[in-house]
Ligand binder design. Structure first.
Ligand code: EPZ
Length: 421
């Protein structure tokens, strides 16, 4: 196993270049199943989740050429075929279920292992299945495997999502693009990663309107062709480094970002009295001011992102005053609290809310990353804590943060990765 050893590193300074968004790249890779030709995807974050998604595509005959130097992938689907999706790969990432929509659209049948839950919640797929059924698919489940079949093809229809689920919106869009007639999805998610997926699909010849709104209209087409697409910047990686800069009293330039995607994050940081300066596609964070605590409620986009909740908790733990974080998206996304408490944070949980009372200092400890963003919050805490922190299970962190050790070192963080037996 690998660990990070982090020593207190205040007054960090420098530039951070942001990668392409993991959560845009994953559905876009799945969407290449729909294309008949060759596709090039640029600004790919070569993370472990992306590698697993590529292996899932190769498992059904898709040809993948990775160029890790130029961060792009060439994809050719000419030899694609359908089969039960590889169990070992499916279990590695929940996003594997995003293959269901495109496979159903292209072949009329999907056989795939149910995606399990994960640390932050049960992660049901009922809304995905509701959409597939509405489009005319029949679904059977046994022994943990789900079979989705549309013997007479998929027919466009109206679908209302009880909750604006990101994954369900993405899967239903991909299932609808080759359906007969028009599909209207209401109360759908509006995240930038969905807008990027829609832009990619429309480049391939799909006819999708309403990107970024709560109502998306898809007119079915006969086939989709090749295209070239550059992934949007990763707003959560960018937000994570903004919070790090604020917490460590640093001065960071976060480069290659889309400021519009970070409005909820930058406005919350300004509310805490963090100095934020936005330019065309970069954001400067200056953490030297005296900060004050605030209240946060996680919401679907454009509300405050749940994927930034753990990171803000670390900042709030060392900020004067008290603040409340209400986590409304996932039912179990507070596991970082136990770890932060080992470092001296004063945080109480009441239902879906955490009450954070800022302390003058936290101290380094041996802590464990329980999930991707919880791990990021422990890095922020470790950089600010007096002494040294040891973070284990860092594979969680490296799923979502490309080259994070090097990026941290480049801005003055005292971090080393160690291998343990
Ligand atoms: C995506 O997960 C992201 N993952 C998550 O990022 C992110 O936290 C989440 O959206 C919310 O923004 C990827 O894009 C790969 P949801 P997803 O469906 O699609 C409930 C990270 O850290 N729900 O919007 O799984 C569900 O239980 C990860 O990068 C149903 O009830 O999220 C949850 O409470 C973590 N039924 C809520 O909706 C369904 O059929 C949000 O889930 C589907 C979801």
């Amino acid at each position: 196993m690998e660990k990070f050893l982090i020593k207190q590193s205040l007054n960090i300074k420098g530039n951070v270049y942001i990668e392409g968004a993991k959560n845009a790249c994953l559905p876009i890779l799945a969407a290449t199943i729909l294309s008949n030709g060759k596709t090039t995807i640029k600004r790919v974050p070569f993370l472990s989740d992306i590698d697993v998604m590529c292996s899932l595509l190769e498992d059904i005959g898709i040809n993948i050429k990775k160029d890790t130097i130029n961060k792009c992938i060439d994809i050719d689907t000419k030899n694609i075929f359908n089969k039960e999706i590889c169990y070992e790969l499916v279990k590695k990432i929940r996003a594997s279920f995003l293959l269901a929509g495109p496979l159903l659209a292209r072949f009329g049948k999907v056989v795939i292992q149910m995606p399990g839950g994960c640390a932050i919640g049960v992660r049901p797929i009922d809304l995905h299945l509701k959409g597939f059924k509405a489009l005319g698919a029949e679904i059977t489940q046994k022994h943990g495997v789900i079979e989705i079949q549309a013997k007479n093809g998929l027919v466009g229809t109206e679908i209302y999502l009880d909750f604006p689920s990101v994954g369900a919106t993405e899967n239903i869009i991909m299932a609808s693009v080759l359906a007969k007639g028009e599909t209207i999805i209401s109360n759908c998610a509006t995240e930038p990663e969905i807008v990027d997926l829609i832009e990619f699909l429309n480049k391939m010849g799909a006819k999708i309107d309403g990107a970024g709104t709560e109502t998306i209209k898809i007119k079915g087409v006969d086939s989709l062709n090749s295209c070239s697409h550059t992934i949007i910047p990763d707003r959560i990686e960018a937000g994570t480094f903004l919070v790090l800069g604020a917490a460590a009293k640093g001065e960071l330039n976060i480069l290659d970002v889309d400021c519009e995607h970070l409005k909820a994050v930058t406005s919350k940081l300004r509310e805490m009295n963090v100095y934020i300066e936005e330019k065309e596609n970069s954001i400067k964070v200056f953490g030297k001011n005296i900060l004050k605590n605030v209240d946060i409620k996680t919401m679907p986009y454009p509300g405050f992102p749940t994927d930034m909740q753990p990171q803000f908790m670390s900042l709030m733990a060392i900020t004067k005053g008290a603040g409340i974080i209400n986590e409304t998206i996932f039912e179990n996304r507070f596991m970082h609290i136990g770890e932060l408490s080992l470092m001296g944070a004063n945080i109480k949980v009441e239902g879906s809310s955490a009450i954070i009372t800022g302390v003058d200092k936290i101290t380094g400890a041996k802590v464990k990353a329980t999930d991707l963003r919880a791990g990021a919050s422990l890095i922020i805490a470790g950089v600010c804590a007096e002494g040294e922190s040891e973070i284990s299970d860092i594979y969680h962190i490296e799923r979502g943060y490309y080259n994070i050790e090097e990026k941290l070192k480049n801005i003055g963080v005292n971090v080393i990765k160690i291998k343990t037996t």
